[in-house]
Design a protein. Structure first.
Length: 265
């Protein structure tokens, strides 16, 4: 199956779906740390690992669709690195020189962002929002949050709502766009088109947040300790998965030190 929207949960019965959400959250955090330490060769190997995990999850991750929302930002970063990083020039364009070091640096930075998005998409595609909330709460429970006036339940709820509302807002944006086309608005210039979409999107987002707040208040939500619908329990497969992640982390880290390119600081 292919998720209909960005960061959507796709029900399934695969090995990754059955893992404890705490296992997947810890693994994703460790991989995210590793992504910021790898060079280009390590990122390619990590992308191969991502494809293997996608195969094991039986979920088709829409790779290009996930990257499209930040594609202009990634293109800007790549061009910025290509022309401003000093090194051996291989192309001149309007007085700016593109360097080989800038090319590799741009590919490395863009590759990091893409891998972060894809691993986050795999996490949300194999973990339901309810399990995600419970897993985040259990991980944050030992922290002294009460000193700051916030509980682990409140933090987990906010994070879960943020992740859950991304595909909802994406779907609402598409509905607004289709409604404007049906009413003969047509394709406008880029700036005016963004304004015509942004205003109803913001109004719909605020109305949606008001509905969520009223629903939580009507159910007497206080952010305190409460029993959960799901009782989490890590079995041997979860511990094996975490051990495998630590082994891969150690292997990739050593590979990164061995193949460290000369242009990398």
């Amino acid at each position: 199956m292919t998720p209909d929207y960005f960061l959507s949960f796709v029900p399934g019965d695969s090995f990754l779906h059955k893992l404890d959400p705490r296992t997947k959250l810890i693994a994703t955090m460790l991989i995210s740390i590793l992504i910021f330490r790898l060079h280009l060769t390590g990122l390619v190997l990590l992308f191969a690992l991502f494809m293997v995990l996608c195969y094991l999850s039986s979920v088709r991750i829409a790779l290009l669709r996930n990257v499209c929302p930040i594609a202009p930002f990634l293109i800007f970063i790549f061009i910025f690195q290509l022309f401003l990083v000093p090194g051996n020039s291989f192309m001149d364009l309007y007085g700016f020189s593109a360097t080989s070091a800038g090319l590799f640096e741009g590919l490395r930075i863009v590759g990091r962002f893409i891998l972060l998005i894809e691993f986050a998409s795999l996490l949300t595609a194999t973990t339901s929002p309810a399990h995600m909330t419970t897993g985040i709460e259990r991980l944050l429970r030992p922290l002294p949050g009460k000193i700051l006036g916030v509980t682990s339940f409140e933090i987990a709820t906010m994070m879960s709502l943020s992740i859950h509302l991304v595909p909802v807002l994406n779907r609402f944006l598409k509905e607004v766009y289709q409604a404007q086309l049906c009413r003969g608005l047509g394709r406008q210039k880029r700036i005016s088109g963004l304004v015509s979409l942004a205003i109803p999107l913001l109004r719909g987002a605020f109305r949606m947040m008001d509905d969520i707040a009223m629903g939580m208040e009507s159910r007497c939500y206080q952010g305190n300790y409460r029993t959960s619908l799901f009782e989490l329990k890590m079995d041997k497969y979860d511990w094996m998965a975490l051990m495998l992640v630590f082994v891969l982390l150690f292997a990739f880290w050593n590979l990164n030190i061995t193949l460290l390119p000369s242009y990398q600081i």
